[in-house]
Ligand binder design. Structure first.
Ligand SMILES: Cc1cc2nc3c(=O)[nH]c(=O)nc-3n(C[C@H](O)[C@H](O)[C@H](O)COP(=O)(O)O)c2cc1C
Length: 335
């Protein structure tokens, strides 16, 4: 039995799943393993900031696609707008190499949409509420990634069981991908049931063999429970989820008075946002340095349901089997 949806048909993948882009966590091995497993692997362009790095990463993936003929694909996440100083340069590189699809987060996605559409690529925009979605829709995005409560990274304020039907009501024909708190096939099935065309998962893939974060972070995810996840404003100025370890205890969860002042002042806000995003990135870099036991461990509430570290192909095969199994189980309620 196979699942067919907007996501599988448009991206030409086997199973309606995106391995979500993750700062400093996503890497070439993870994306290739995702492609091999029949899903869409992604990474943030900002993971490759040195000259020539992004070009090399895309060339590697394009070569892999041509030579291995995988049943999945790959896409790139662009943080759009002024807080990303690499935005225009990275967009030029991606368009020149015809990246298959894009995920936009934060600012206005207009440029990415126009340039992606010039060669037929699709753009999915991260949204956390209806207002946000209206703006992305007006710019012409092809679908939404609805980021809900409990997500790793920048979590949304609303539960997906409300956000997805609310988006569906407002935009009856727009594809919606669910993100946040999903790490099992039952979770995938539940999102299809409320109207999503697929799912995007980040946290589950941090504890995979291919991820290069320190083992203490992978084990931190396996051992953490949902109550261990805190939201902190201090990383990027927007609430971000992380495991409540010694690093977060020292960092705190609320911006200081002076940080709030600089974030809101009209003369300083642009520069301060740039500064705190760069500072947050430096902290995130700590995650991938081997042996860095007391670093930032970004993760969402789905840690509760993650019990092992294994290869991405096994994770995806388990998700495929569990999703079908959940579908079968649900039949028994209909008499
Ligand atoms: C460690 C980590 C880093 C992330 N970095 C990014 C990023 O660079 N860009 C982005 O759009 N989302 C980022 N996210 C959010 C994910 O793309 C995705 O929305 C989220 O992981 C989905 O929720 P889940 O973790 O509960 O599966 C990150 C999430 C995590 C856990």
């Amino acid at each position: 039995m196979k699942i067919e949806s907007y996501l599988t048909k448009t991206l030409q993948i086997e199973f309606p799943l995106i391995m979500a882009p993750m700062h400093f966590v996503s890497n070439a091995e993870m994306v290739k393993a995702a492609m091999k497993s029949g899903i869409a692997g992604t990474f943030p362009s900002l993971n490759h900031r040195k000259d020539g790095e992004l070009e090399a990463m895309i060339d590697t993936l394009n070569d892999y696609y041509k030579s291995e003929n995988p049943t999945g694909t790959y896409g790139i996440n662009m943080i759009v707008g002024k807080s990303n100083p690499f935005y225009q340069k990275h967009l030029d590189i991606c368009v020149e190499r015809k990246v298959p699809f894009y995920i936009t987060s934060l600012g206005n996605p207009k440029d990415v949409i126009e340039r992606a559409h010039s060669y037929g690529a699709k753009v999915l925009s991260d949204v956390t509420n209806i207002e946000h979605a209206k703006k992305a829709h007006a710019m012409g995005c092809d679908g939404f990634i609805a980021v809900g409560q409990g997500a790793g990274g920048h979590a949304g304020p609303y539960p997906l069981q409300v956000l997805i039907p609310a988006l569906r009501k407002e935009f009856p024909d727009m594809p919606i991908i669910a993100a946040g708190g999903i790490s099992t096939g039952a979770g995938v099935f539940s999102m299809l049931a409320v109207g999503a065309s697929g799912v995007s998962m980040g946290t589950r893939f941090i504890s995979s063999n291919e991820s290069k974060v320190d083992d203490s972070y992978k084990n931190g995810i396996v051992n953490a429970k949902m109550e261990d996840i805190l939201l902190t404003d201090r990383l990027t100025g927007t609430p971000s989820s992380a495991i409540n370890n010694d690093f977060i205890k020292k960092l705190g969860v609320k911006q200081r008075f002076f940080e709030r002042f600089l974030s809101n002042n009209r003369f300083t806000k642009k520069y301060f946002k740039m500064y705190i995003q760069m500072r947050g990135m430096k902290w995130l870099e700590g995650e991938v340095i081997p042996g860095s036991k007391d670093s930032l461990w970004m993760a969402g509430q789905s840690v509760e349901l993650i019990d092992d570290i294994k290869p991405i192909e096994e994770i995806v095969n388990q998700l495929k089997a569990e999703t079908i199994e959940q579908y079968m189980q649900t039949q028994k309620f209909f008499v």
